[in-house]
Design a binder for this molecule. Structure first.
Ligand SMILES: Nc1ncnc2c1ncn2[C@@H]1O[C@H](COP(=O)(O)OP(=O)(O)OP(=O)(O)O)[C@@H](O)[C@H]1O
Length: 775
């Protein structure tokens, strides 16, 4: 590609850097003022601000920017850069200046002159092609050949990649992500197999790879194309929670996917490729099931680690009389009397290597956890000595909010599972099989939210001596990630299970807990929706639902409840009473614009100080995690920050986190959040629209999860029929997993068999919605 030629067909501005106005290193986003040398754009001035995803520009270097002129409402005309290139020095003099510049260590003017004398004006291209040409330059220091050509590659590399990828229709932002993964090898690898990018670069979709592949001649039944199709479908299935897919079904799906553009692939061809892939361990085929290796080995890991832990017997059991005595002390202190089920659960947990504790809301799971910890500490006095920190008790939960609640309820420090395992944002966990946790008793709450991958990481890090208590409510939604670990552990039957059924949180007239148990036990009917002290179902239709909901929230605020106490939940983003619409209207209602309030517009969202917001991704470096809810404290103007960038400051329960513009995609308004996102959290007041439009989403476990989030008051508005139909509809989308069978086999030598094959739910639905859409 001729790097130094301007492509006259596109709008361009050629210029030299005058000043970098802003640069975000992480996002490689730059704003710079340049002096215009040449342009074919209708722009008369001598200078212009260029803006886009490119690295800092170098002084005295000529660049060609391709993009669009646009009018900034404060700063006038600017240039939005789609792609850019650097002018390669063309004259011998400019080449010498470039090659002897500070960028190249150990090469002075003399050596640079010699390079140009020997290699001429195409010196750069020749060196990039083969660095050994430098060895032929008289007097060129041999020891700097490789570092010199490496610097040259790096310096020239990014722009070459930018230009080449632009020809494939890839913009600067995605190019940055691609370049971060493959560096100078980008073009080589893309032209070898663009499909590889689908699996390694976030935001690089299968269709994009397929288009590029076609342009470079990888088409039809090319093995790389079939391989990518297989892995793509398996990954998609895993987003719906499946750990494997049936071979026959997978062949069918892959054939359909690949034949959408050119019908040349048969099921036999796909199957044959799949067998090859399994021989190379890109996939695992077991009987008639196909797995992604990471998921297969996670299942294997969980079952073998569980066996390892459970195979080591307890040194000694606690004597019943001692337990009773210790529990008596706790009962006196807490002024409660443990029920029979609760006592049995505590005793079982204390005298087993592993137990599962399940139960609906208000059955005393937290109270039992407190009992287990209390007795364990009393009967292992060394645990009281925090300084020695021997035999520590470790508490964790999948989300920050659940961990916080666990801490508050038990008085013991609890943390997220990710933090417990020392996750710092990469694939690696500090604690693993070769560096295990120091713990004698490990209690994990909200275990229904743990997916197979995280379960594997957790179990690997548990020392064989430890006792485990897994606490969860099996009727809640399964994990967002693949697998259904709690359900599978329960059905494997190898871990002793304590089911709490007696309800304690039930004041006179309280309906929330009763309603939850009626749903759980399939006893919910019209009568169940009658008003209670803490529950109301207001009927409404059409657009009335939105205004009714606004009235309810407004009244709660007027009564003195804070925005933080009131949580609106909805199952879908797009609808007249969906999450997006509700956030918009509740923001107007609760935090309207006024001249004193600063605002920051990002995509479709306008953030104002005072807004309630939710964090959408895990950010261990900043100490905020997916699902954390906070409020915007203030918006700082660029000249008020050290970094000279506009920032949104958010307070998450006392922890202040700052977001620059390029990080704002991590946040959204949280006046209303999805039910999926509310898992693991509880709120004093839950308000929820239930309308016929949501019907496709309304399932028993979803509604059960939603209503069990409310602690003091639950208000539903909408259509009672839609609600009653929803709570009597089981989620048909049974997940394909083999964990239960694998565990049974591990413990008793039973062969592994897949779950009963379930007929697929409507394809169209699957295409549109996955649990990830709700996160
Ligand atoms: N044995 C008991 N005697 C009296 N009160 C109890 C007993 N067990 C639990 N409770 C009370 O019942 C309420 C619910 O208990 P707890 O929070 O332990 O249940 P949970 O299963 O964790 O419920 P949720 O998931 O809804 O929080 C609490 O107020 C608790 O004090």
């Amino acid at each position: 590609m001729a790097m130094d030629l301007v492509n006259e067909e596109k709008g361009y501005i050629k210029g030299i850097l005058l000043r970098t106005i802003f640069h975000n290193a992480e996002e490689k986003f730059s704003i710079a003022l340049i002096r215009i040398v040449d342009t074919n754009e209708p722009f008369q001035d001598k200078e212009i601000v260029v803006k886009g995803h490119f690295p800092p520009l170098e002084q005295e270097q000529e660049y060609i920017f391709y993009g669009n002129l646009y009018q900034h409402n404060r700063f006038g005309q600017q240039y939005q850069v789609f792609t850019y290139t650097r002018e390669i020095p063309k004259t011998k003099d400019s080449l010498v200046r470039y090659l002897s510049s500070d960028i190249f260590y150990g090469v002075g003017k003399k050596s640079a002159q010699k390079i140009v004398d020997v290699l001429g004006e195409t010196a750069i291209d020749q060196i990039l092609k083969d660095e050994n040409v430098l060895a032929g330059i008289p007097g060129f220091p041999k020891n700097v050949i490789s570092s010199f050509s490496q610097t040259l590659r790096e310096n020239q590399g990014f722009e070459r990649v930018v230009m080449a990828l632009a020809d494939y229709g890839i913009g600067l932002q995605l190019t940055q992500k691609i370049y971060a993964v493959y560096k100078e090898d980008t073009l080589k690898l893309l032209e070898e197999n663009p499909y590889q990018f689908v699996f390694e670069v976030e935001g690089f979709g299968f269709r994009r790879a397929d288009n590029i592949a076609k342009m470079i001649g990888i088409a039809g039944d090319h093995p790389a194309r079939i391989q990518a199709g297989c892995i793509h479908i398996l990954q998609k299935q895993s987003q719906f929670g499946h750990v494997y897919e049936y071979l026959e079904q997978l062949c069918d799906d892959v054939r359909k996917l690949l034949n959408e553009t050119e019908p040349s692939v048969t099921n036999d061809l796909v199957e044959q490729k799949m067998i090859e892939l399994s021989e190379e361990r890109y996939l695992i085929i077991e009987d008639d099931r196909v797995y992604l290796p990471s998921l297969y080995f996670s299942e294997e890991g969980v079952s073998s680690q569980l066996k390892r832990i459970m195979d080591i017997e307890l040194d000694s059991e606690f004597v019943q009389a001692d337990i009773l005595k210790a529990l008596g002390e706790i009962e006196e202190k807490e002024t409660i009397s443990y029920g029979r089920e609760q006592y049995e659960a505590i005793e079982q947990a204390l005298n087993s290597k592993a137990v599962i504790l399940t139960g609906g809301p208000g059955t005393g799971k937290t109270t039992v956890i407190k009992g287990i910890i209390g007795v364990f500490e009393r009967l292992n006095p060394k645990n009281n000595n925090e300084e020695k920190d021997e035999s520590p008790i470790v508490l964790a939960a999948p989300t920050g909010r659940a961990a916080k609640r666990m801490t508050e309820a038990t008085g013991h420090k609890a943390q997220t599972i990710h933090r417990l395992l020392g996750w710092s944002g990469s694939e690696e966990f500090e604690f693993n099989q070769s560096h295990q946790l120091d713990a004698n008793l490990i209690i994990i709450d909200e275990f229904s939210m743990v997916d197979i991958w995280l379960a594997n990481q957790l179990f690997r890090a548990i020392p064989s001596k430890a006792q485990i208590v897994l606490v969860g409510d099996e009727d809640q939604l399964p994990s967002v990630g693949p697998g259904q670990v709690l359900t599978d552990l329960l059905s494997s039957g190898v871990i002793p299970t304590c089911k709490l059924t007696e309800i304690y949180r039930q004041k006179e007239g309280s309906r929330i807990v009763e309603l939850a148990h009626e749903i759980k036990n399939h006893q919910c009917d019209q009568q169940s929706l009658k008003r209670g002290e803490d529950f109301s179902f207001f009927r409404s239709q059409g657009t009335n639902t939105l205004s009714l909901l606004q009235d309810i929230v407004k009244k709660a605020v007027d009564k003195g409840y804070s925005i933080r106490d009131i949580q609106v939940l909805a199952p879908m983003y797009r609808s007249n009473v969906g999450i997006n619409k509700l956030n918009e209207s509740l923001q107007e209602l609760l935090n309207p614009a006024n001249s004193r309030k600063r605002t920051l517009k990002f995509n479709e969202q306008v953030f104002r100080s005072g807004d309630k917001v939710i964090q959408l991704v895990n950010q261990p470096e900043k100490g905020v995690y997916n699902g954390d809810i906070g409020h915007a404290v203030t918006i700082l103007k660029a000249d008020e920050t050290e970094e000279n960038q506009e920032q949104l400051v958010v307070d998450f329960d006392g922890k202040e986190v700052r977001y620059v513009r390029s990080e704002l995609h991590q946040l959204m308004h949280a006046y209303c959040i999805s039910i999926h996102k509310s898992q693991g959290s509880e709120f004093p007041i839950v308000v929820m629209p239930v309308v016929p439009e949501f019907r496709r989403m309304l399932k028993k476990n979803l509604l059960y999860t939603a209503i069990t989030r409310s602690k003091q008051s639950l208000i539903i508005c909408g259509d009672q029929r839609a609600f009653l139909e929803g709570v009597s509809t089981e989620d048909q989308n049974v997940r394909n997993t083999t964990l239960s069978q694998r565990i049974k086999q591990m413990f008793a030598g039973e062969p592994i068999a897949g779950d009963e094959k379930v007929e697929d739910v409507e394809d169209a639905d699957q295409e549109e919605l996955s649990p990830y859409d709700f996160m």
